[in-house]
Design a binder for this molecule. Structure first.
Ligand code: SDX
Length: 386
């Protein structure tokens, strides 16, 4: 009767869909965290400084940032029993499954303790998620887990846990550190995307932050969402190995052959170039050159982008590269296996997930999530003989 459709309802009856955290203009390709343009933050800030900005609404003072950084360093150790959790899993386990399960298991060590100390829980997750991620990576390699070295920066500690080993000292590479820090900033928040909406929905029931983040990680793992960065590399490698060439591949996409999509292209909100993709593409050449890596997959990606942007099929549907299109080439050049790419996305997105969870739970108006349904099934019917 109202002429409204299910789409008009969306989440209106559930966790609030208004927020002060991130602004996106999909037509203009604008992204701002707490009012600051992503381009400026990517150029001048750091992952932890932006995490504070997202969580608390303004840039931290030098003292606030120093204290935040110090607190996180002091919480990087996992309980020794939790490290045994990894030995129960096959080395073939996908790191995103490991990450989500381990975060859920992490909460069991703090049950009964300061359950409402959200600030401490957020510090614990920021400190421990990268360690869990690195252990999932080492597990897949059959290599020993290292202990965190808290004399290192957040990013260098993470890189050492992934690429260091027990036999020799880890050599910090400033090109690698800066490039990874910038990529993490680009992923820190993105308004109410599928995984953030999942975190809000789970949090709106009163479930704790660990449970909400564990659910968000699973939502992110899907190939239409964060899992796309892994799928892009598989797509580029398939084009390289099949020898079919970019043109033939694009024709298959346009014919929707076997549901094939141009992974890393298109977006629910951006109907213009994703500003994050612009930054990643600009830094890809610089990072690969800085790391002394030449990768034909980057050339294939650039050729694919050029082909698609000139093709009416993609122009009519306003399909442009999104954040996932070029990131994988850089992660690969850094030495991460493809199956770790979405884990890197999750580490990046953690501050945004927590900022939304905290914002929602601080709002006394928040109600439990309950997406509105529009019933389009059978009218009332009588059971035979009733
Ligand atoms: C992320 O929401 C966020 O903010 C997410 C994210 C974040 O930071 O949290 O930005 C991160 O998830 C980025 C998106 C990563 N996913 C991919 O790259 C997977 C490939 N992309 C598509 O699956 C798709 O573009 C979506 C899921 C991202 C968006 O889908 P939409 O906006 O709902 O588009 P649609 O499915 O309605 O498609 C509209 C048309 C269709 O064609 P027709 O049926 O009209 O003929 O465009 C076509 C689609 O077939 N289309 C594509 C395409 N994406 C859409 N065709 C080929 N390749 C694609 N990638």
């Amino acid at each position: 009767q109202t002429g409204l459709t299910a789409l008009d309802y969306g989440f209106v009856n559930t966790a609030s869909t208004q927020s002060e955290i991130t602004y996106i203009d999909g037509n203009q390709g604008i992204l701002r965290y707490r009012g600051y343009p992503i381009e400026q933050l990517a150029e001048h800030s750091t992952y932890l400084e932006v995490a504070w900005l997202l969580l608390y609404g303004s840039l931290p003072t030098a003292d606030e940032l120093g204290e935040f950084d110090e607190k996180i360093r002091r919480h990087t150790l996992l309980h020794e029993d939790l490290k045994r959790f990894f030995s129960a899993l096959p080395h073939t386990a996908h790191p995103m499954s490991v990450l989500s399960s381990a975060v859920s298991a992490l909460s069991t060590y703090y049950e009964g303790q300061d359950p409402d100390d959200v600030e401490l829980t957020m510090v614990r997750l920021l400190a421990k998620l990268p360690v869990i991620a690195a252990y999932a990576h080492k597990k897949s390699l059959g290599q020993a887990f290292l202990y965190p070295d808290n004399s290192l920066s957040f990013v260098d500690n993470f890189l050492r846990l992934n690429f260091g080993n027990m036999a020799e000292p880890y050599e910090i590479d400033p090109v690698l550190s800066k490039a990874l820090d910038r990529l993490l900033i680009l992923h820190e928040d993105h308004e109410q995307n599928a995984s953030t909406s999942t975190v809000r929905l789970v949090g709106s029931t009163g479930a704790n932050l660990y449970a909400s983040i564990s659910a968000g990680i699973q939502a992110l793992s899907g190939p239409l969402h964060g899992g796309a960065n892994e799928a892009v590399l598989q797509m580029l490698a398939q084009i390289r190995d099949s020898g079919e060439g970019v043109g033939k591949f694009v024709e298959r996409v346009k014919r929707k052959e076997d549901g094939v999509k141009l992974m890393g292209f298109g977006h629910r909100v951006y109907k213009n170039y994703d500003p994050r993709a612009t930054i990643v593409k600009q830094s890809a050449d610089e990072v690969l050159a800085g790391l002394g890596v030449a990768d034909p997959l980057l050339d294939i990606a650039k050729e694919l982008e050029q082909f698609a942007l000139q093709d009416d099929y993609f122009k009519e549907r306003r399909l442009y590269p999104n954040v996932d299109f070029y990131t994988g080439v850089i992660y690969k050049a850094m030495g991460f296996p493809t199956r770790m790419f979405t884990v890197l996305f999750a580490i990046g997105r953690l501050p945004g997930w927590m900022a939304h969870w905290r914002e929602m739970n601080l709002d006394p108006q928040t109600k439990i999530g309950r997406p509105q349904q529009l019933y389009i099934g059978e009218p009332e019917r009588r059971y035979p003989g009733a």
